[in-house]
Write a new protein. Structure first.
Lengths: 284, 180
């Protein structure tokens, strides 16, 4: 089921989208339950924070960005979605628009320098092939200053944003540094650069962004994931076709997800866990 | 599960051809209709279906399955502790995935009557080591029978097999839980 190459994909969509008109009013959140991410202290159930997240992703003036490059080649969509949700909550907390950009260096098998997307083989080479665009803001122009945040420690580098030539990074290992968490926070919170480019693997290394985020975070995380992974119309059309073909009606069927592979079993075993065998799904 | 809920239609998502084969074989004998997307499947995968030479198809399959699952009455999936895809599915069903839901009863094995005032999420473990499945039930799907009855039946069904588990919701019959 490859994504169709029609007007439904970002590949042929206008490069510059219009700001949606039905956005929720912007509001200032004063109290947060997380030091770095957009986790308001006031818990709103039932996706209560989703409209504000959407508004924050569609500012009137597109001036501050967090560009995320998905280099987590061996992470599934579930884990990737979890990391991206943290990245989104991090971005909007700091007044930045989160925008996914394709990899530019590619993998070992792709040194062409052409854009590379592990989720999609065609423009825009990102998750936006299948899911709705996260913002109307166009990618920043190549001449703008950009800060690259590549590790959890020494992370700041001024350079120019060029798709085919990324500046070399100077990284140091500060693992175990007693002040490292604070330093990481400073990197993320206080930098004034208009554009910050982050590799998803850097989000992954900053475990404080997604491990034990606190109870207040869960409803916001849900809203973030639902926002980031809203299916495009062609996905919904395919699903409706599937349901018609199989005589399925919403709310009248069971959804069973069986996760089973030798690699996944080994991964679970390393955590002293065990993947459910197929018979458990049948018995359950 | 199909007996408990009364539904005879299942959308199955799996990247494993063996799991698909086993489940379909069981469903045939149990008079359960199974639907699934037609796409390449392999036993050996680091995660659910990613291919080095084709990125678009697995993404499309995942997106379609995610959307399909969001309309289910009940979701059965490995617990989020072993599969973050489950977290995603739960979120798209409209539930939070907090592991720290208040008033979560933890009970031992054996047949335990379980009641709750509202229906949400329960997980159960039927193996010696942790191999949890989670069941997330959409309340709106069950006008009759009442959702709490479905949840109670689910719990009784799993616990009678020696399973252990936990569930969200307000426990009405705490005396029974104490006896366990």
């Amino acid at each position: 089921m490859p994504p169709p190459s029609d007007s439904d994909t970002a590949a042929s969509a206008p490069a510059h989208r219009e700001r949606p008109r039905n956005l929720a009013p912007w509001q200032h959140v004063r109290a947060f339950a997380h030091p770095w991410m957009f986790v308001p202290a006031a818990i709103r159930h039932d996706d209560g924070w989703l409209p504000l997240i959407r508004t924050l992703q569609h500012p009137e003036l597109c001036s501050r960005y967090m560009l995320v490059e998905d280099d987590m080649l061996r992470a599934g969509l579930g884990f990737t979605g979890r990391l991206l949700a943290s990245a989104l909550l991090l971005a909007v907390r700091h007044g930045r628009v989160l925008l996914e950009v394709p990899q530019v260096h590619g993998t070992a098998s792709n040194h062409s320098g052409m854009p590379y997307g592990r989720w999609c083989d065609q423009p825009p080479y990102t998750l936006q092939c299948a899911f709705e665009p996260w913002t109307h803001c166009a990618p920043p122009q190549s001449h703008r200053d950009v800060v690259i945040f590549e590790t959890e420690c020494t992370c700041l580098l001024h350079g120019k944003f060029e798709m085919d030539r990324m500046p070399q990074l100077h990284t140091t290992n500060c693992t175990g540094h007693k002040d490292s968490l604070l330093n990481r926070g400073r990197c993320l919170l206080h930098h004034k650069a208009a554009v910050m480019r982050v590799k998803l693997s850097s989000i992954y290394r900053m475990r404080f962004l997604y491990e034990s985020p606190g109870d207040a975070a869960f409803s916001v995380l849900r809203a973030a994931q639902r926002y980031l992974l809203t299916p495009r119309p062609w996905v919904r059309a395919l699903a409706r076709c599937f349901k018609r073909q199989h005589g399925l009606h919403s709310g009248r069927f069971l959804s069973v997800h069986i996760r089973s592979s030798p690699e996944k079993s080994a991964e679970a075993a390393r955590s002293n866990k065990r993947m459910p065998p197929v018979k458990a799904y049948i018995r359950g | 599960m199909t007996n408990v809920t009364g539904f005879r239609q299942v959308i199955l998502q799996t990247a494993s051809p063996r799991a698909l084969s086993e489940y379909v074989a069981w469903a045939t004998t149990a008079n359960v209709s199974v639907s699934y997307t037609e796409n390449p499947r392999e036993e050996g995968d680091s995660w659910g279906g990613w291919k080095a030479d084709d990125h678009s198809t697995p993404t499309a399959v995942a997106a379609v399955n995610l959307y399909l699952a969001s309309g289910a009455a009940v979701l059965i999936s490995p617990t989020p502790s072993v599969s973050l895809w489950t977290t995603l599915l739960i979120h798209h069903l409209g539930y939070d995935s907090s592991p720290n839901a208040s008033h979560v009863p933890r009970v031992g094995g054996g047949h335990v009557a379980w009641h709750s005032a509202d229906l949400g999420e329960m997980s159960f473990n039927c193996e010696p080591r942790a191999s949890n499945l989670v069941a997330v039930v959409r309340a709106a799907a069950f006008v009759a029978p009442r959702v709490s009855l479905v949840e109670q039946r689910l719990w009784n069904e799993s616990s009678s097999g020696g399973c252990t588990g936990r569930a969200r919701g307000t426990v009405i019959d705490s005396r029974t839980l104490t006896q366990s």
